[in-house]
Design a protein around this ligand. Structure first.
Ligand code: ZN
Length: 233
């Protein structure tokens, strides 16, 4: 199976669904992680250009922990708006991997980039397969299933599927720790220790699902992608 995870900023996928991606890799599936934005506002010490460069390297190293491919979606931080140009950009993100499954932000998350990426991915999931919509990449071969990952700290999110990540919680933390430039930034901006955050949320979702550690999802139901079998690990 080919899995594409699209997060707004370099660290969102790592915080919200990396345990599930690690499980896909363990069973031999192909995983692409796309950070839509370059992370160029995420620093209190570097310039925009410097931090974008640093975060691209960190994103590649983080994906490397589980042998996933890392791509950048071509947006800058805080500049994701829902318009035609952005829609084409997201169609091309999807066309680059022709996925069976896409995981992205919940429409109810906290940051405008997250909310707008969610909307754009929803639109592009269908449109990417329309051959006459010509972009830089050929149309996809199918309409993928679409899942929304948990929000930051689970705010505004009622899951309807859980994935037991007890086996990959260590990989998830290791992936986040590769985002070195963000560890101090998260502490300073949000008083959040990234590893503690990951373990606490996974434990909390784990309680809901009756396992030690879990990640939470909802499926975007749409014609004609109703599932007759479980697609999450
Ligand atoms: Zn983000």
């Amino acid at each position: 199976m080919k899995v594409l995870a699209i997060g707004a900023h370099p660290d969102d996928i790592e915080l919200l669904c990396a345990g599930t991606l690690a499980l896909y890799r363990k069973r031999g599936d192909e995983v692409t992680i796309c950070h839509a934005c370059n992370g160029n506002k995420g620093s209190l010490e570097y310039s925009s250009e410097e931090i974008a460069r640093i975060r691209r390297k960190e994103a590649i190293a983080s994906a490397g922990v589980i042998g996933a491919r890392s791509i950048w979606g071509g947006f800058a931080d805080g500049e994701v708006v829902v318009d035609l140009k952005s829609r084409v950009q997201v169609i091309d993100i999807i066309r680059q991997s022709d996925p069976d499954l896409i995981i992205t932000h919940s429409p109810g998350d906290y940051h405008s980039d997250h909310i707008n990426i969610s909307k754009l991915v929803f639109e592009a999931t269908y449109l990417a397969c329309i051959k006459l919509w010509e972009t830089n990449y050929p149309g996809t071969s199918k309409i993928p299933a679409l899942y929304y990952m948990d929000t930051l700290a689970g705010v505004n999110f009622i899951p309807n599927e859980y994935v037991d990540i007890s086996e990959t919680i260590g990989d998830k933390v290791s992936m986040m720790l590769k985002m070195e430039s963000q560890l101090g930034f998260l502490k300073e901006m949000h008083n959040t220790d990234a590893a503690e955050f990951i373990r606490t949320v996974a434990k909390y979702r784990g309680f809901q699902a009756g396992v030690p550690h879990a990640e939470a999802f909802t499926q975007q139901k749409m014609y004609p992608k109703g599932l007759t079998k479980r697609i999450l690990p």
